[in-house]
Design a binder for this molecule. Structure first.
Ligand code: NAP
Ligand code: COA
Length: 279
């Protein structure tokens, strides 16, 4: 049975695995590390030997993920931080360096999203999502750059298929994620001479996440599942290894790219997304 239990085109394969130790001795800062995809990435980076510093607004969520990583033998720190606050992000970078000696990896997973018709979305609603996703990503990249340049480190930002595929009810998130993809390419170009690689990954629908709870309301779920060419939604365990790979020495010549992890969803274009409008 597929993880969705809907009898899709087959089960998710047993979690993809990389050879151990892909990021041994590295230090990673993970925004949005207190839940969902960001927490999954943090757990896998820690399993592969990185010390992780988790950022998010909710201390309790960060503490829970950090405790789990430490209990499994890893190194983790929780650092309650709103990515919209540049000075706070700078303090988090300083704390990572103070705690672990250096900074090698930045993962931008913090984001906010909700469904809203553009015609009903307030200016503040639009600005809030741009501020968290796009400005927050810039803040973490900018605040980390000097440390990443010392270690010839890397950045991976989590975008979404909405960056490319027109998607109803998500003008705010689509614009923010498209902005992050452009930021990825521009920073990759500017920072290549410092040895800092900058990439992004664009997941499609991922099971058991806050994102899909918000974006696939009951009535639209069945049709949103059917439009994935691989016949099911993905899992966090199918996103995290791609991120760890992009941070690993095996990806040392990869910069300025965006990797789709969407089961082929974006190949089908925008039409399937119209089910979000109901009817
Ligand atoms: P999630 O669990 O809600 O993750 C978002 C995280 O960002 C939360 O831990 C949240 O924690 C944190 N956050 C929100 N606002 C913040 C702020 N201002 N400062 C710092 N942290 C903040 O949702 P998810 O579904 O796993 O999404 C993770 C990432 O994957 C997002 O970038 C999302 O756009 C992307 N994505 C998800 C899917 C999917 O199917 N779920 C698909 C494509 C892309 P606090 O609220 O405690 O701050
Ligand atoms: N529909 C329309 N507008 C909405 C909305 C919704 N569901 N939720 C919030 N807004 C608007 C608010 O009305 C407000 O605008 P206003 O001042 O004109 O009324 C604006 O967005 C900011 O809302 P606020 O609640 O103050 O923002 P926040 O900074 O506390 O929270 C959010 C940010 C809104 C993105 C919140 O949903 C959040 O924290 N999300 C994080 C988790 C998440 O979204 N995970 C999924 C990632 S894919």
């Amino acid at each position: 049975m597929s993880p969705s239990g809907d009898g899709g085109a087959g089960p998710a394969p047993a979690s993809a695995s990389l050879a151990p130790g892909q990021v041994t001795g590295k230090v990673a800062l993970v925004t949005g590390g207190g839940s969902g995809i960001g927490a999954g990435i943090a757990r896998l980076l820690a399993q592969h030997g990185a010390a992780v510093v988790l950022l998010g607004r909710t201390q309790a969520k960060l503490d829970a993920v950090a405790a789990e990583i430490v209990a499994a033998g890893g190194l983790a720190e929780a650092c309650a931080t709103d990515v919209r606050d540049f000075a706070a992000v700078e303090r988090a970078v300083a704390r990572a360096v103070e705690a672990f000696g250096h900074l090698d990896i930045v993962i931008n997973s913090a984001a906010g999203n909700f469904l809203s018709p553009a015609a009903a979305l307030s200016a503040n609603g639009f600005r809030t999502v741009i501020d968290i996703d796009l400005c927050g990503t810039f803040n973490a990249c900018r605040a980390s750059f000097a440390e990443l340049a010392k270690t010839r480190g890397c950045i991976v930002s989590i975008t979404a298929t909405q960056a490319e595929v027109p998607t109803p009810l998500q003008v705010h998130a689509g614009a923010a994620k498209a902005g992050i993809e452009k930021l990825t390419r521009d920073l990759a170009l500017e920072w290549a001479s410092s040895g800092v690689r900058v990439n992004s990954v664009a997941p499609g629908p991922i099971e058991a996440t806050e994102g899909m709870k918000r974006l696939a309301p009951g009535a639209a779920q069945a049709s949103l599942r059917k439009q994935v060419p691989l016949g099911r939604w993905g899992s966090i365990d199918e996103v995290a290894p791609a991120v760890v790979y992009l941070c690993s020495p095996a990806a040392s010549f990869i910069t300025g790219t965006s990797l789709l992890i969407d089961g082929g969803t974006s190949l089908t274009g925008a039409a399937g997304m119209m089910s979000l409008l109901g009817g």
